[in-house]
Design a binder for this molecule. Sequence first.
Ligand code: RM4
Ligand code: MN
Ligand code: MN
Length: 430
Amino acid sequence: MTQRIDKGLIAEENAKLEADLKEDYQALGNKLSREGINIDEITAKAQEFQIAVPSWGTGTGGTRFARFPGEGEPRNIWEKLEDSAVINDLSQCTERVSPHFPWDKVDDFSELKQTSDNLNLKWDSINSNTFQDQPGQEHSFKYGSLSNTSQASRDLAIQHNLDCIEYGKALDSKTLTVWVGDGSNHPGQQHFQHAFERYLESMKTIYAGLPADWELHIEHKMFEPAFYSTIIQDWGSNVLAAMELGPQAKSLVDLGHHAPNVNIEMIVSRLIQFKKLGGFHFNDSKYGDDDLDSGSLHPYQQFLIFNELVDAEYRQQAEFGPNYMLDQSHNVTDPIESLMNSAASVQRSYVSALIVDREKLTGYQTANDALMCSNILKKAFTTDVSPILEMARLQKGGAIDPIAVYRKSGYRAQAGVERPNTGGNGSGIV
Ligand code: RM4
Ligand code: MN
Ligand code: MN
């Protein structure tokens, strides 16, 4: 097992930065208190914030053209867990891991649960995979899974999802997330309505297998692998399916799965209003499903999404409690560093949204003062809340500067020695 980051190293590195942090925290605290905000209350909320790490994000991702394996990348779920523990030790806001099956399948799930317990990690949403065939698979998913014209292929896809629920029970998860690549590449290839009917019929069987305290999250994506039509291509089809299935079915929003310029924060608001917001896959993108670091391109959009989420919290919206997860896949960075960066970026959006003056905003909205509405949001967004994030980590035993400590630890080089490249990490994203 790769040696975790030494707590002594974290303390030593924090000690170098602590005096400056205290000064910055005090200054920000003074500024916020002039606006009636208690900085310690915001820090306490930042400390409660959690965002799950995708097991497949700990390995190096690829494109449709090639994958360039990284040094010491995890080869199986045990090693993915080790990396996830490092991310959480330093970041202190990622105590959950979201697994993907069958990529992360093991023979003994109680052993896996025991291992995660020992690493102080819990399990988030279970992701099923019917977007590729497994070796020796009897009925192919080439022409779709839950909506395939072949009943035998559909049955296999349904069974896989039911198996995922069983794995999830053993790991004490409470959510199944279903994303399928089903769709078509040629106009006329598929009868839209019949395909959607087949999908819904399959999903009803999966829904019937859900334990009473579970949720079923449906994830939409506009395109890829199908490039003409996709069965759940947008939030409209998504929420229609969720409404058809019942109250335990909700929609999941992956930020990279929309057409460019779509107003995602408004979709979020609609889903909140109708109690259908299940969760998120945070990432960023310029073109499509790019899976770049969260907030690396559109930090204001990410903030505006959190503005809706915090508003729902503030209004104590009924049945509101989405799962927050990262979903990204890296080609050129160290995935541990990127996941730490992304987790902090999403946490930053949450904290920035917490300092929006909601009473003033409502007043300006009522008065139709568009300029001041926008300025209220911009004011919160442009306030540098870094001292809050850093203090939140420090007080929980994490690192003031997670990337610096991680680099100093030599963890990646050590993983490189202990995890010789076996040519794959079980996650079939190329
Ligand atoms: C998809 C989608 C799903 C993820 C796969 C790996 O584009 O984002 O959430 O399970 O990729
Ligand atoms: Mn996703
Ligand atoms: Mn995606």
